[in-house]
Design a protein around this ligand. Structure first.
Ligand code: ADP
Ligand code: ASP
Ligand code: MG
Length: 818
């Protein structure tokens, strides 16, 4: 005999039910089975909420119950041919008439006892199991409806009743002895010896199935649900979670106790006592082997899974005189037990000066009152302080029997949390060493789970979560490059890059799972696109709270750069070609570096100077290895180099500038290049990287924009006026040629002084050979003294810049590896 249990989501609608029937058909062809059903998906929730509404005098429950009735009727119509519908519809309608009377009563007397609530809740499973038993008959099965209230006996702790196993086992055996049809059993419900309806606790249908499996000595118990087994973490919170092939009963119990909703904790006990294997399987992917829970010894990884509970509060009981108070802990627990409060975790410092308890938040007021009442005298005498409450917390727990033999789990756990800026409020390790739990802020829960998941299960593969602002030429080239290299990086560099947020100046969009990079949409075309608001973009990034997040700024915007402090404070790394931040005040530059260090995140900006050429990294390496910069000479503007090297071919200056603009080498207004400001910003950054305290105001900048051209109102007017200066430039060129020299627009830094301007260089100077839009940087240092270190190559363009940004992102993946 096998017991199969199908949860609410497996029977949420006709389509799903058809899948369930196929599974039943296959199982039945292999041997004897009995089937336990939950209520149709979401029904219990509606019943309980409606009862609460009726009790509060809120008439809206009538509407909700009507919707529920229609849903059941519709299902009957879908599952049965017309001529067989009538008796089933009658059953459904009679049940809903009873419910209506019941709710009306609750509404009138404004009271709903736990006993009444259990009765209300029982309708969900009674309806689903009856309808499905009848539908299976139509499908040709020899099925029979079994109301579990007839065979499962419990005490009268309504809402969470305790099973009387001797009586229940006898009743089940007796019943099955006399029935050889396929029993279709209501999950969740039971009854007292007086015949009052009870329930086994929310999600208790798993338990029902285990009770039957145990009583009938079943060969196995199959829990069919909407995921492929117990996973390494809740797949709704950790997207990289995967199925755990095997768990011991104790591990499964521990995971479910700490929130792995996929299986109800008590389910393990009856099955475990009889050594019955439990399979957790996916109704929507039946061929997946899912998870096997049995008595086998642990194997494999250090831990098996990570689970969590949110809506937790901490109660701290402390006080200067607490050491003199006898029996503190016993009294705390007795006080809480007297009001039926379950303590989830306790932690006590060895000085015994403070006891810290984690409980469900909805019970916190009651718990505080109970403890303060118990210690009324001690509080009045000042021996104990008033009970201090911290709310909005969550618990994360790592679980696995292997932790017993192998040290290091707690080290790895707290390192991962610390590195991701997750503050831990309390810690507990069960003496069984099966679980280590930490209390964290609720807003950090998802990040904590992901960080732990990565540290324990994916330490081979690092995931970087990118938030990209600026999807112009560079941003788009970057997403394309990531898409192309994705597989290779995953395989060879064990790095997984996902983009979760994209924005341009007008729109922004987010995707929890990561955008499909092969078809990455523009923000305005993405699902859920909204108007861009930087503050909101960053708030959303913070609230998604991924571990290893990266803010990639592919804009040239000062507004975006103004948010860097906040980004770093949130422990999110920054990668950017935008030089606005590093070229603003020296104080801001230093502060950003300091902040990145303090928060242990990286701030990478290789592309601030000369696009993808390795200039900043090289300079940083030189400095770190103890070298000193004596002089930097550089051609840092591709557009300016193009202009002055083209000029040698004989065309007038204004025409060369026009050509450079047409080729896309200059900014839309070429004055932005000719003014030398951009080059000045770059040499400023290089100087600062060379550890010199440079201010922008200290740079002497020779602008190539003649004075009357500065005032020109439009680019066209600028070009007209520039023509008037063609002669001056031609003369400069001729004079240089006469000396056997060439004109180059360059930046120098020497003796703490930075200069930007046009220089006449003799033919032996490395810059004199520079053609087209190339950049070239010469570092003369204490070590590279006789011959400078030279870096040369294309220093502008979307592709080379994007490649440099991409390299920084990859570097980040390597830095954050544990
Ligand atoms: P059913 O209706 O079949 O009883 P539940 O909703 O009770 O299903 O349980 C299945 C859900 O449990 C999954 O959809 C998943 O979101 C959640 N869950 C939480 N933790 C885990 C975990 N560690 N492994 C698998 N599922 C989990
Ligand atoms: N229907 C019940 C609930 O939602 C029991 C179950 O689904 O297991 O809690
Ligand atoms: Mg369940």
């Amino acid at each position: 005999m096998k017991i199969l249990k199908f949860g609410g989501s497996s029977v949420a609608n006709q389509e799903n039910i058809k899948k369930v029937f196929e599974i039943i058909r296959k199982s039945q062809s292999e041997g004897n089975i009995a089937v336990v059903f939950s209520a149709f998906g979401g029904v219990t929730e509606v019943l309980l909420n409606s009862a609460a509404a009726a009790k509060n005098g809120d008439k809206s429950y009538t509407e909700d119950i009507k919707v529920l009735e229609d849903r059941h009727i519709e299902l009957v119509r879908q599952l049965f041919p017309i001529h067989l519908q009538s008796p089933v519809l009658t059953y459904v309608k009679v049940r809903f008439n009873e419910l209506e009377d019941l709710f009306h009563g609750i509404f009138l007397i404004k009271e709903c006892s736990p006993r009444t609530l259990d009765y209300v809740a029982s309708f969900g499973e009674r309806l689903s199991a009856f309808v499905l038993a009848e539908a299976l008959k139509v499908e040709g099965f020899n099925s029979k409806y079994l109301d579990a209230r007839d065979v499962i006996r419990t005490n009268d702790r309504f809402g969470n009743a305790k099973v009387d196993f001797p009586a229940t086992n006898d009743l089940i055996l007796d019943y099955f002895h006399n029935n050889n049809t396929i029993q279709i059993i209501t999950g969740f419900v039971a009854s007292t010896s007086k015949g009052e309806t009870t329930t086994l606790g929310r999600s208790g249908s798993d338990y029902t199935a285990s009770i039957f499996a145990s009583a009938l000595h079943a060969e196995s118990l199959e829990i069919w649900t909407d995921v492929s087994g117990v996973m390494t973490s809740d797949p709704r919170l950790v997207y990289t979670a995967f199925t755990i092939p095997q768990l011991s009963y104790s591990e499964a119990m521990e995971l479910s106790h700490f929130g792995a909703k996929v299986i109800f904790p008590s389910t393990m006990m009856p099955a475990m006592k009889k050594g019955i294997p439990i399979y957790i399987k996916n109704t929507f992917e039946p061929s997946n082997p899912g998870t096997l829970i049995n008595g086998d010894a642990p194997s494999g990884k250090l831990i098996k899974g990570i689970s969590s509970m949110s809506d937790i509060s901490l109660l701290n009981i402390q006080g200067a005189g607490i050491l003199d108070v006898i029996d503190v802990n016993r009294r705390i627990f007795t006080a809480l037990a007297s009001v039926n409060i379950n303590v989830i975790l306790i932690s006590q410092a060895s000085s015994e000066q403070i006891t810290c308890l984690a409980i469900r938040s909805f019970e916190v007021t009651l718990a505080k009152e109970a403890i303060e009442k118990e210690f009324f005298h001690e509080i009045r005498n000042g021996e104990i302080d008033v009970v201090h409450v911290i709310s909005d917390l969550a618990i994360v727990a790592v679980v696995g029997e292997n932790m017993k033999q192998n040290p290091g789990a707690s080290g790895r756990m707290f390192q991962a949390l610390g590195r991701n800026n997750v503050n831990v409020y309390a810690i507990a390790q069960g003496s069984s060493e099966l679980n280590i739990s930490a209390v964290v802020s609720k807003s950090d829960l998802q990040k904590a789970l992901n960080a732990l998941h990565e540290a324990f299960f994916l330490s081979d593969n690092k995931v970087l979560h990118v938030f990209l602002v600026g999807v112009g030429l560079i941003g788009q080239a970057l997403t394309k490059m990531i898409a192309t290299q994705q597989q290779k990086l995953q395989k060879e560099n064990l790095l997984d890059i996902q983009i979760h947020g994209i924005a341009n100046s007008r729109f922004m969009a987010f995707n929890e799972d990561g955008f499909d990079l092969k078809n990455c949409p523009l923000p305005e075309n993405a699902d859920g696109a909204m108007e861009m608001d930087l503050d909101k973009f960053i708030t959303q990034m913070e609230s998604m709270n991924f571990s290893n997040s990266v803010f990639v700024d592919c804009t040239a915007s000062q507004d975006v750069a103004d948010f860097y402090e906040r980004v770093l404070e949130a422990k999110v790394a920054i990668v950017t070609p935008n030089k606005k931040a590093n070229s603003s005040s020296l104080e801001k530059y230093k502060n950003l570096k300091k902040l990145a260090g303090k928060r242990s995140v990286k701030f990478l900006y290789e592309t601030n100077v000369a696009a993808g050429l390795p200039v900043i990294n090289t300079l940083q390496d030189l400095m770190l290895s103890g070298d000193k910069v004596i002089k930097i000479e550089a051609v840092l503007s591709g557009s300016m180099n193009y202009i002055f090297s083209e000029l040698e071919k004989g065309a007038p200056f204004s025409e060369v500038v026009k050509l450079a603009k047409e080729k896309g080498y200059t900014e839309p207004d070429p004055r932005d290049d000719l003014s030398g400001m951009d080059v000045a910003r770059k040499i400023l950054i290089l100087g600062r990287e060379a550890e010199q305290d440079l201010h922008f105001e200290d740079i002497s900048i020779q602008s190539m924009v003649p004075e009357d051209c500065v005032e020109a109102k439009s680019v066209d007017e600028f070009f007209q006026k520039l023509q008037g200066h063609d002669g001056e430039f031609a003369q400069l060129l001729a004079e240089a040629a006469e000396r056997g020299e060439k004109l180059r627009f360059m930046a120098t830094l020497e003796n703490g002084k930075a200069k930007v301007g046009l220089k006449s260089l003799d033919n032996s100077h490395p810059f004199s050979t520079l053609k087209g839009s190339d950049n070239m940087i010469l570092f003369t240092t204490e070590r590279y003294h006789d011959f400078p270190m030279i870096i040369r190559g294309p220093g502008a363009g979307a592709d080379v810049t994007a490649a440099g940004v991409f390299a920084d992102v990859i570097r980040l993946g390597n830095y954050t590896r544990s």
